[in-house]
Design a protein around this ligand. Structure first.
Ligand code: C5P
Length: 236
């Protein structure tokens, strides 16, 4: 069975990687009704962002809590239960089997979906090697995606470069969420495996996470709308 289609506008997730709730609220006001989906990560969470996450969800926006959880199973499970009370749509966990299993069990009965982070998009083969891994990026991403699927995880976060291969592994039942998106001409920053919005959609991504190209733009709303238009065009 194919999952319900996702509107092009809802496929753009704006990363609110900003230093304060005040800065985040100013960005949300600038983006207005153009953006429906926000990602809140470490920076904003630890700067008082949890009430904002709840407010956004209550206002009808979708919220992705990018907490990249990883701990003993019991601690992950209790954390996931707390995130579910925010009304968030997605939460990330690192793609380790114990962690994914605990998160999936704990989200049962809530509207929260678990996304597994396979390999961070700032990592290449040399970085993995330096961290003590034997596998290169593509092999480790594939192995972790297979484990995520078996454990009932709802979606996967990966570089758009892996989206095509991942689609073949996990089919259409799991959401593919890709950061590392750079509209043509924008700075790559610390991302090493990047793609334009159109190419990421063509590669099979369901949702695109975009931070700095939007929040650091002179006109964030126009930039977000241009990306949404590119997504719509890529979907045909
Ligand atoms: O500014 P930029 O568009 O690079 O932001 C990408 C966002 O996606 C950041 O918030 C980053 O933490 C997040 N992310 C990532 N790679 C992953 C998972 C999340 O870049 N594998």
């Amino acid at each position: 069975m194919q999952p319900a289609p996702i509107a092009p506008r809802d496929r753009l997730i704006v990363a609110l990687d900003l230093p304060s709730v005040t800065a985040a609220e100013a960005m949300i006001a600038k983006l207005g009704d153009s953006v429906n989906f926000y990602k809140i990560g470490y920076q904003l969470t630890y700067a008082g962002g949890l009430p904002l996450a709840k407010e956004l969800a209550q206002a009808g926006k979708k919220v992705f809590m990018d907490l990249k959880m990883h701990d003993i199973g019991n601690t992950v499970a209790r954390g996931v239960e707390s995130v579910a009370t925010l009304g968030a749509t997605f939460v990330t966990v690192h793609a380790y089997p114990q962690t994914m299993k605990a998160a999936v069990e704990a989200r049962a009965g809530s509207g929260l979906k678990i996304l597994a982070v396979t390999v961070l998009t700032s990592y290449d083969d040399a970085d993995l090697h330096a961290a003590g891994y034997r596998l290169g990026v593509s092999d480790l991403v594939e192995a972790r995606a297979q484990q995520a699927q078996v454990l009932g995880v709802d979606g996967i976060v990966s570089s758009p470069e892996e989206a095509g291969a991942l689609r073949k592994i996990v089919g259409h039942q799991m959401n593919l969420v890709t950061p590392g998106i750079r509209p043509a001409g924008s700075a790559s920053g610390d991302q090493k495996r990047i793609m334009t919005p159109a190419r990421a959609i063509a590669a099979g991504a369901d949702y695109l996470v975009v931070g700095r190209p939007i929040v650091e733009a002179a006109d964030p709303r126009a930039t977000a709308e241009a990306i949404q238009a590119e997504i719509a065009q890529a979907l045909g």
